[in-house]
Design a protein around this ligand. Structure first.
Ligand code: ATR
Length: 294
């Protein structure tokens, strides 16, 4: 217990780390709850990763978030990995325990689902989902939507074979966890032709529309259901051109900032064992993003 008290340092390892809002979000939460902790940014180049992990142990760091380009390459250095993170093949949160053992998690997908449930009161069990994109973010979100019991998932990607590859991983996970096996792959072109009639939840996980290309959209929404939910994980700008298009069609829109805040809140809870002040963290992030947009 005495040794545990010494673990007051947390942080982010990434390269580069400059633009991340994680330090301000976590540090303000620590201050708000009067916790004697600090969250640092550690700029770690790929070739330094092994030494950096060793340093975290020596310096008795309590936990770190992991971002680009280390989310996958850090896995061999972990002592334990959570089942969903293993399926996703990427880790964004590591907790270091009193015996200096590292356990990896992926809070991105769960953060997304929590954000959707809490901000939009969505019942995941009623959703027919289409995910645009087949990268790491898409996989994390798909795994957690399956875990929470969605009815079906279609992965629609510019490059069809990547979507097909992902559906194989998702089907294996769903089979093992005894979940819905309604999992399909499509190209974005095919989706554009067939439209969105069969989907209740549409999620953009591509980077299309991110600042400075704020006018770009990943696909044009056609044939959408009334009350369909359209979600974008891009949060800079807060409301992307894709979400503006969805709003104009009468869809419910879900902004990407919630996923960022909730992945951070889940990491905070794993680091500290204390409930995260989510509303306050949300406010800090919004303030910073709005200041950037001005
Ligand atoms: P992340 O890990 O953040 O999800 P990623 O692995 O680089 O990022 O994945 C990016 C996703 O966005 C991919 O699915 C990519 O499609 P391809 O597999 O065809 O490359 C998609 N993407 C990126 N730019 C795009 C664009 N201009 N139009 C459509 N899809 C795009």
């Amino acid at each position: 217990m005495e040794m545990e008290k010494q673990r007051t340092a947390f942080g982010l390892i990434a390269h580069p780390v400059g633009h991340s809002l994680s330090p301000v979000m976590h540090n303000r939460a620590f201050t708000y709850l009067r916790l004697p902790y600090h969250y640092h940014s550690f700029d770690v180049r790929p070739e330094q990763l092994k030494e950096a992990v060793q340093a975290l142990k020596v310096l008795r760091v309590g936990g770190v978030n992991v971002s680009i380009p280390h989310k996958e390459t850090i896995i061999p250095y972990l002592d334990e990995i959570d089942e969903e993170a293993l399926t996703i093949g990427a880790v964004n949160t590591i907790v270091i325990n009193e015996n200096n053992k590292l356990k990896g998690y992926n809070t991105d997908g769960e953060g997304y689902v929590l954000s959707l449930q809490k901000e939009k009161q969505i019942d995941i069990k009623e959703q027919h989902v289409v995910i645009l994109g087949a990268g790491g973010a898409a996989k994390g979100i798909a795994v957690y939507l399956l875990k929470h019991g969605c009815l079906s998932i279609t992965i629609a990607n510019r490059t069809l074979h990547k979507a097909e590859q992902m559906t194989e991983t998702l089907r294996a996970y769903a089979k093992k966890a005894k979940l819905s096996k309604n999992i399909a792959a499509k190209s974005l072109d095919e989706l554009q032709t067939t439209g969105f009639k069969q989907y209740t939840l549409i999620i953009n996980t591509t980077s299309v529309g991110m600042w400075p290309h704020v006018e770009a959209v990943p696909i044009s929404l056609t044939n959408v259901q009334p009350n369909c939910i359209v979600s974008d994980i891009v949060y800079n700008p807060l409301k992307t051109a894709f979400l503006k298009q969805a709003e104009a069609l009468g869809c419910i829109i879900h902004e990407g900032v919630g996923m960022f805040v909730h992945q951070g809140a889940l990491a905070f809870e794993k680091f500290t064992g204390i409930e995260a002040p989510v509303d306050m963290m949300h406010e800090v992030v919004i303030q910073h993003l709005m200041a950037k947009e001005e």
